[in-house]
Design a binder for this molecule. Structure first.
Ligand SMILES: Nc1nc2c(ncn2[C@@H]2O[C@H](COP(=O)(O)OP(=O)(O)OP(=O)(O)O)[C@@H](O)[C@H]2O)c(=O)[nH]1
Length: 385
């Protein structure tokens, strides 16, 4: 049986980590313990037992020092370094398919570092192409009770939905402080949202968010979001009390069915199209090259392909698979770490290893796009010159 994967994404402070902790204990109580992954390299304390923790592999502070980066740059670089090993992570999770029903993943609080980075896409894609994967978008309910903040958050969720092309559940967290009924109403009844906007304007006058330019922008945006809302499931939960977690798990099951029946086929179609486009481009570039060289027959086209280029991973399969003890006591044995791979941990200075930067960039490039068409284009350009 395929492991259902839930990737938790949300604005800083929305309660992702607390949600993960509660979900973990909820599944433990139901005798279905999940496989847990932490992808936040900057978090100080992980209050749940993680089976895979990025902090074991990449030392966030060392990356900051060695690469002269600020906090966000270091998070992105740590994720980049980690993503070069994602195939091994996927293999590990795959090997657990008989033991676990769910795999839950926590992501960095700096949402853009994950959602809009190349490594974030690589990690998400890798999971989504192997397991039925669902995005849980965590929202801080009390902070989103004003129509304009709500709208901004929904627009962000919308961009994530269209970026990842994965089924999404909007999780209104902290319902112990503020119930999520208003959100459900706003998402299903356009008139109710308009009414809330009007009330906001009356209450706050010109200084209110529902007034002036902002008001008309939010108004027209809410029309556009109707289509987006129709693709979503929403649940209200409290990570403090555990309220709503059964609903959340039901929503995950619904979305997994949706993933299998719609998203999977759609993803495969997009990937196939992309592959065909790249193949056509590659052949076109090679044809140019042959023309420039004055060779008439298209000899050895396959040979010039870079398909056999070095694989990302330079660790042998199975290497470092041993159980490693972590910094703090979490009551669970971590199953995987890249500790010992100095390039990842940042234990050594990049200046001492001149090829470090190059290998890192190469690895990313190989994943990001097919190198072969680019190589052919470069050769053709060079010869034309
Ligand atoms: N009342 C209430 N507070 C909550 C709930 N969930 C989280 N919090 C609080 O919200 C704050 C942020 O929670 P975190 O779990 O650290 O949020 P996060 O999204 O992981 O934070 P970053 O990783 O820093 O972005 C903490 O003070 C939590 O105690 C909840 O269900 N109810």
């Amino acid at each position: 049986m395929a492991i259902k994967t839930v990737i938790c994404i949300g604005m800083a402070g929305s309660g992702k980590t607390t949600f993960m902790q509660r979900l973990n204990s909820h599944l433990h109580a139901a005798k279905e313990p999940p496989y847990v992954i932490n992808l936040d390299p900057a978090v100080l304390r992980v209050p749940y037992g993680a089976n895979i923790d990025i902090r074991d592999s990449v030392k966030y502070k060392k990356v900051m020092e060695n690469y002269n980066l600020g906090p966000n740059g270091s998070i992105v670089t740590s994720l980049n370094l980690f993503s070069t090993k994602i195939d091994q992570v996927i293999k590990l999770v795959e090997n657990k398919r008989d033991k676990y029903e769910h795999c839950i993943i926590d992501t960095p609080g700096q949402i853009e570092c994950f959602v809009w980075s190349a490594s974030g896409s690589i990690i998400t894609e890798s999971f989504a192409s192997t397991f039925p994967t669902v995005i849980a978008y965590i929202v801080d309910t009390p902070r989103n009770s004003s129509p304009s903040t709500f709208m901004s958050n929904m627009l962000y969720a919308c961009s994530i939905l269209y970026k990842t092309k994965l089924p999404m559940i909007v999780v209104f967290n902290k319902t112990d402080v503020c119930k999520a009924d208003f959100a459900r109403k706003w998402m299903t009844d356009f008139e109710a949202f308009q009414e809330a906007l009007r009330e906001d304007q009356e209450l706050n006058g010109e200084s209110g968010m529902g007034s002036g330019y902002m008001g008309s922008l939010v108004n027209s945006m809410s029309l556009m979001l109707e289509e987006f809302y129709s693709q979503l499931d929403m649940v209200g939960v409290s990570s403090y009390t555990g309220e709503g977690f059964d609903d959340f798990l039901n929503a995950v099951d619904n979305k997994v069915v949706e993933y299998e029946s719609y998203y999977k086929a759609e993803r495969e179609r997009i990937l196939k199209e992309k592959e065909e486009r790249e193949k056509a481009e590659k052949e076109k570039s090679l044809e140019h090259l042959m023309k420039d060289l004055g060779i008439k027959e298209k000899v050895g086209l396959e040979k010039t392909s870079n398909d056999d280029a070095d694989v990302l991973s330079d660790l042998e399969e199975g290497e470092n698979d041993g159980i490693i003890l972590r910094d703090e006591e979490e009551g669970i044995d971590r199953e995987y770490t890249f500790a010992g791979d100095e390039r990842l941990t940042g234990e050594i200075n990049s200046r001492d290893t001149p090829d470090l930067q190059r290998r890192y960039e190469e690895a990313l490039q190989k994943v990001a796009k097919s190198a072969s068409s680019e190589t052919a284009e470069n050769i053709a350009k060079y010869i034309r010159q």
